[in-house]
Design a protein around this ligand. Structure first.
Ligand code: URA
Length: 237
């Protein structure tokens, strides 16, 4: 990890003591409380995102799941509905996961690096990602998943501090560990929006999700058809 990246990562874990709305959200006692506080926070950390925002998009799916998938930022549909991955990319993600027995609403929690829609769906600026990361880190700590799926380059860049520029291509479809999240497996997959732009990549994606299915079976991680392990995990706790 380079020193700049370390500083980025560390600063994402800290927050301004005077930023009361953020502190209030991060002080939530359970996941349900966090969802409510963040949605109602009127977070003002990113002026450009604040301007066009309809909803702060916290997530979609099951906070008690053992898999968390991380995307980039909400798009138009997500901003309108206040739910992550409900547009075309989300529908494709649902289909892909369903093809290997994963129900995205039951077996996964889906979140984004940035919780507000960037103008014209541009990628989030580095400062926007850094400003929003405390919320994502709170979610990951509370959900404590067995597996984090990074959907696309933005999620990879912000969650894997030592990944090289272009490193996404080398690591996609592979499982790995991260010193920042001991005990959690990571897997980088293509972002579904990328597959919509270049459907030829679906062939590779299919190979990657077959590996995902194999890993879930080998580690007895909850996801239908072997859903037994969901028992005992309480949503919102
Ligand atoms: N793309 C993302 O990265 N996140 C969403 O929520 C929707 C589309």
């Amino acid at each position: 990890m380079t020193s700049n990246k370390t500083a980025d990562f560390k600063s994402s874990l800290q927050f301004d003591f005077l930023d009361t709305p953020t502190n209030k959200v991060l002080g939530a006692e359970n996941y349900g409380d966090f969802q409510k506080r963040l949605r109602e926070s009127n977070c003002q950390r990113c002026p450009e995102l604040l301007e066009g925002r309809t909803h702060i998009v916290v997530d979609r799916g099951n906070p008690a799941a053992q898999i968390v998938a991380i995307g980039e930022a909400p798009g138009e549909n997500e901003d309108e509905q206040g739910k992550a991955f409900v547009g075309r990319a989300g529908q494709l993600l649902d289909k892909i996961m369903e093809s290997v027995g994963i129900n995205t609403n039951k077996d996964m929690l889906i979140v984004n690096v940035v919780k507000c829609r960037p103008p014209a769906n541009r990628p989030p600026k580095p400062q926007e990602a850094v400003s929003c990361l405390p919320y994502l880190h709170w979610q990951l700590k509370k959900v404590n998943p067995k597996l984090i799926i990074l959907l696309g380059a933005t999620a990879a860049k912000h969650l894997v501090p030592n990944i090289k520029e272009g490193g996404m291509r080398e690591r996609v479809g592979q499982f790995f560990d991260s010193a920042d999240f001991p005990g959690v497996k990571f897997l980088i997959l293509y972002h579904p929006a990328y597959l919509l732009r270049d459907p030829r990549k679906k062939v590779e994606m299919w190979e990657h999700v077959k590996l995902l299915r194999k890993w879930l079976d080998e580690t007895k991680t909850a996801a239908i058809p072997g859903a037994a392990c969901l028992a005992g995990r309480q949503a919102g706790e």
